[in-house]
Structures are given as structure tokens and as C-alpha cells.
Design a binder for this molecule. Structure first.
Ligand SMILES: [Zn+2]
Length: 529
């Protein structure tokens, strides 16, 4: 007797091949059989006639570790059919922790929207962190990466200092320890301090360790606008020099001067692969990015952390230069009307700024856009989030149609919360790709599914998920291909998708008819060394 029998669906097995009609049987947390007209009875029978059956989606780029202690079910992901999430992205993550730099680490995580368990950060390494995550009732499987920012912070501190040879060796040792403990690789965020202070040489040294453990090095590259080309070249160089598998995170061409570069980026990566470099990318399917408003502030002004940044914003000798550079950055990203404030804390500014564009706020305050940014950052102590509509829709489509670019939301798992603004990618990414993007003809459904299952699993070295095969883990998503659709948009981003009918996580039914069943079957997945 099977535990579950999914009958008569169109099976997309995650390999990219065309769908075929079959029944799928689950036994416990594994796929037991795939075939025509499976006869054995089952405790639960799901009629999938007219529905698509796919491996559970693997979100290869998330910030769900920021929200996991407040939303362990990762509701917005699970309801999209996501069953596994890679955490610790963009160089931002919660381990390793060195006692001397704990305060600065917490401050840096807070800027990136992290919440923590009531007892605080009690862990020091991945083993301790994974144990803490394991106490939660998790909705999805979590795959931790080492965050380069946290790693560097634990050894060098959070300032701009170049590591000494001894510090470099110590970072490499700590990274190796985390890989021994089951990390899937490392992420770097080369626009966010302290990761932005790392030079290429430092990163190559660390990438060699990742290579030794056959992990993935995910890089949020140093520049996604004017310096896009040289930033891609840096990442390709790191992959070539180290031999590590490298993933360009959220590939995009940002800012007016770069519009139309999507094709060129893909060709550059393709040529590198043909030359033997193991490099690919992931992407979220939106024309706007979302990050801290501090991303508009020049790098040098960040050195020493948020407290120092706020001091500089108060320093009359420095603030003129900072404003000038902010102004240039705003223009480059497409203008003040293309930047919208999505999160800040103080009630007064929520009223004045939340959901509005920088241009609107500036007009209301009778300030220039750059003065508006400085005022917001000062009043909110640096904690302001914004979305930047700085991509060309055609580039987004071009990149989305590429078979070597996986789907990754760059978002975090959340439950719908009244009055909260965020980027819609946390609620809509996967349904948007398999729904509207497929129906628009940007890519065929089997390719869309491959890009969120088989491809992502292969990049990660995750061998027991991402495909529908007997013996593999029973993570499955069953959806209505005609109806599936994202509903989250920039005005109302916290909306769950429609058309995701059933989601199984480790063999347990977690979503039924588009609603959570209450089953919390997610696990912390660690890479076997
Ligand atoms: Zn990033």
C-alpha cells in the first residue's frame, strides 16, 4: 500500500523533457513508483487529471533566513510550490559568529531585515545554527550557504581592512569547517559591506576551498549597471582561477546605459562555459529590484558600518560629495520616479513615504531626490528599503528564456501581513514563470520547470531532489497549467498565487487546493561531504 497516489497527471519530470501522462506513487518521504495505471491502493489518492505534476520547486536564491524565525512555514514560498530554499544569499547570513564581532554582525543582519529567536543568536557555526533552525516547524527544506559577509566579519571585522595572510588563512579554515558541517557553498554580496571590501584575490582563495568541497559559489556581482561587464568578468575570472562552480545571482542589466545588454551577458557566460569555466546564473522575473536605500550611497561612505555612515551624513564636509554621488546613482538607475520606498519604521515617515516614489516624496518635502535620500536614511537610522524599476523588460525576457539561468526569487518566505510592502517576488516568482511567462510564449513549460527543479538541483549538487524518479525525495508540486498565475504586484505585493493545487514536502501534503494544510514537513538539508 502506497501512502499517496497521484493519478493521471501530466508529468514534467524536471529534466526538461516533454510531459507524459503517468501516475506517481509515494511511500513515506520517497517517490515509490512512476508509471501508467499504478494499481496498488493508497492512503491518499489525488486526482491530477488535467493538472501538471512537477518536482517541488527549488528556490536557488532566497533571503528566507531573514524571516524564518518569524515565519517558519515560509508561507509565500510554499503556496507557490517551492519545497526547498537556498539560504544565506548575497553574502548575508547568520553564521559564522565570532564573539568579538557579534554586535556588529547583528547590526548588519538587522539592516538586511533579519529577525531572530527570542533567546538571540546563540550559535557560532553551521552546526549550531542548523540545530536552532531544526527546532522550528519548517514549511520548506532549507539549504544553508556560508555568507561571505558574515565569514569576513567573523575574522576581519566589519571595516574595510584587507585581511592579512593569517586572516585569509583563518577565513579559509572557517569556510572549510562550514563545508564539513554541510554547507552547500558560499555566497558573496559584493555591493554590501563588508563583502564589498573584498578584492578578487581574497575571493579566489575562498573559492578554492569551495571547489575542494564541490560546493557552489553564488556571487552578487560588484556592479549590475555601468560596471556590469567588468563585474561579470571578475566572477568569470574567479571561476576560472579557482575551478569552482560559480553562479551569478539575479542576473540583470540595470540602468539606462545597460538596457539591451541581456543578450550580451548570456553570450559571455556561454563562451566562458565553452572555454571550460563552470559558470551559470539565476534570475527573478521582474523589471524592478529591491534592496536597501543605502545602495544609492557611495561605497566609501559605508566603511565602518551604519553608525559611521550616519556620522558621515551629518558631516558637512562630506555630505555634499555623498549627495552628488547619490544623485548620479539615482539617474543611472533610471531616475527618482523609478525608485519606490517599500519599507521603513517610523510612523511619521510611513505616512509620508511608504509606497511612494522618491520623486513624489521629494516634491512633497520640497527637496532634491538626493536630499530626500539623505533625510530618510538619517531619520530611519539607515533602515529603509526600496524597489528600483531599473531594468528593460526585453532583457528580463531574454534572460528568462535561457536554459542555463535558473529561477531564484531573491525573496523571503512571509505570511501576508496587512499594510506591509515588499517586493512581489517573495509571493509570485514561481507562479509568474510557469503561468504568465509561459503563456506569453517566453519559454515552454517544460523548460520553465527544468529551470526551477533539475537545473537548480544540479548546480547545487543536490542529488536526491529536483527530478521525479523512484527513490528520490517526495517533494512534488501539482498545478493547473491553464490557471496558474501570480497575483502579487508592486502596489499589493503580498498576494498569494492561484492555480497551485497540491504541494508535497518530504511525502507530506503541505498545500491542498491552494491553502496550507498545517503540515510542517520541511527539513534543514545539509550537504554530505
Ligand atoms: Zn543580491
Amino acid at each position: 500500500m502506497y501512502t499517496v497516489l497521484i493519478k493521471g497527471g501530466e508529468v514534467f519530470d524536471g529534466s526538461g523533457r516533454e510531459a507524459f501522462r503517468a501516475d506517481i506513487a509515494l511511500q513515506g518521504d520517497k517517490i515509490a513508483a512512476i508509471g501508467e495505471q499504478l494499481k496498488e491502493p493508497a492512503e491518499l489518492v489525488v486526482d491530477a487529471d488535467g493538472l501538471a505534476v512537477a518536482p517541488g520547486f527549488i528556490d536557488i536564491h532566497t533571503h528566507t533566513d531573514a524571516t524564518i524565525f518569524s515565519c517558519p512555514m515560509s508561507t509565500s514560498k510554499l503556496l507557490q510550490g517551492v519545497t526547498s530554499e537556498v539560504i544565506g544569499s548575497c553574502g548575508v547570513g547568520a553564521f559564522p559568529v565570532h564573539p568579538s564581532y557579534r554586535g556588529e554582525l547583528l547590526e548588519y543582519l538587522k539592516i538586511h531585515g533579519f529577525s531572530f529567536p527570542a533567546q538571540g543568536v546563540t550559535w557560532e557555526d553551521l552546526t549550531g545554527y542548523a540545530a536552532e533552525l531544526g527546532k522550528l516547524k519548517l514549511g520548506t527544506n532549507l539549504l544553508p550557504q556560508v555568507a561571505h559577509g558574515a565569514l569576513r566579519g567573523a575574522v576581519v571585522g566589519f571595516g574595510a581592512q584587507k585581511p592579512t595572510a593569517a586572516m585569509q588563512a583563518q577565513m579559509e579554515q572557517l569556510l572549510a569547517l562550514a563545508m564539513e558541517q554541510g554547507a552547500w557553498g558560499m555566497s558573496a554580496g559584493l555591493i554590501y559591506p563588508p563583502g564589498s571590501f573584498a578584492d578578487t584575490e581574497e575571493l579566489i582563495g575562498l573559492a578554492r576551498v569551495i571547489k575542494d568541497y564541490d560546493g557552489l559559489f553564488s556571487i552578487h556581482i560588484r556592479g549590475e549597471s555601468q560596471t556590469l561587464r567588468q563585474s561579470l568578468d571578475e566572477a568569470i575570472g574567479i571561476a576560472r582561477e579557482s575551478g569552482a562552480r560559480v553562479q551569478i545571482s539575479h542576473l540583470k542589466a540595470m540602468g539606462r546605459t545597460q538596457w539591451g545588454m541581456g543578450r550580451e551577458c548570456l553570450e559571455l557566460l556561454q563562451r566562458s562555459r565553452e572555454a571550460g569555466v563552470d559558470i551559470a546564473a539565476d534570475q527573478y522575473p521582474y523589471e524592478a529590484s529591491s534592496t536597501s536605500l543605502t545602495a544609492l550611497v557611495p561605497q566609501w561612505a559605508h566603511s565602518g558600518g551604519v553608525a559611521r555612515l550616519l556620522e558621515r551624513l551629518d558631516d558637512p564636509d562630506l555630505v555634499a560629495n555623498i549627495k552628488e554621488e547619490i544623485g548620479r546613482e539615482i539617474n543611472m538607475r533610471g531616475g527618482a520616479e523609478r525608485i519606490r520606498i517599500t519599507a521603513l519604521a517610523s510612523p511619521k515617515n510611513r505616512e509620508a513615504a511608504l509606497g511612494k516614489s522618491l520623486a513624489q516624496i521629494a516634491a512633497a518635502w520640497n527637496l532634491s531626490p538626493e536630499e530626500t535620500v539623505v533625510r530618510l536614511l538619517k531619520e530611519e537610522k539607515g533602515v529603509v528599503n526600496a524597489v528600483y524599476f531599473s531594468m528593460d523588460p526585453e532583457d528580463v525576457k531574454t534572460i528568462l528564456s535561457d536554459e542555463n539561468v535558473g529561477v531564484g526569487s531573491d525573496g523571503s518566505g512571509m505570511a501576508r501581513e496587512k499594510g506591509k510592502t515588499t517586493h512581489p517576488r517573495s509571493f509570485g516568482t514561481f507562479a509568474r514563470v510557469i503561468g504568465p511567462c509561459v503563456r506569453e510564449g517566453i519559454l515552454p513549460l517544460e523548460l520553465a520547470i527544468y529551470k526551477m527543479t533539475g537545473l537548480n538541483a544540479r548546480r547545487l549538487g543536490l542529488t536526491d531532489r529536483g527530478l521525479l524518479r523512484p527513490g528520490l525525495a517526495a517533494d512534488l508540486t501539482v498545478f493547473d497549467p491553464a490557471a496558474v498565475c501570480d497575483r502579487a504586484d508592486f502596489l499589493d505585493p503580498q498576494q498569494y498565487p492561484v492555480g497551485i493545487e497540491y504541494v508535497f514536502v518530504n511525502g507530506e501534503l503541505a498545500v491542498r487546493r491552494g491553502a496550507l494544510t498545517g503540515a510542517a514537513a520541511g527539513r534543514v538539508l545539509l550537504k554530505k561531504p
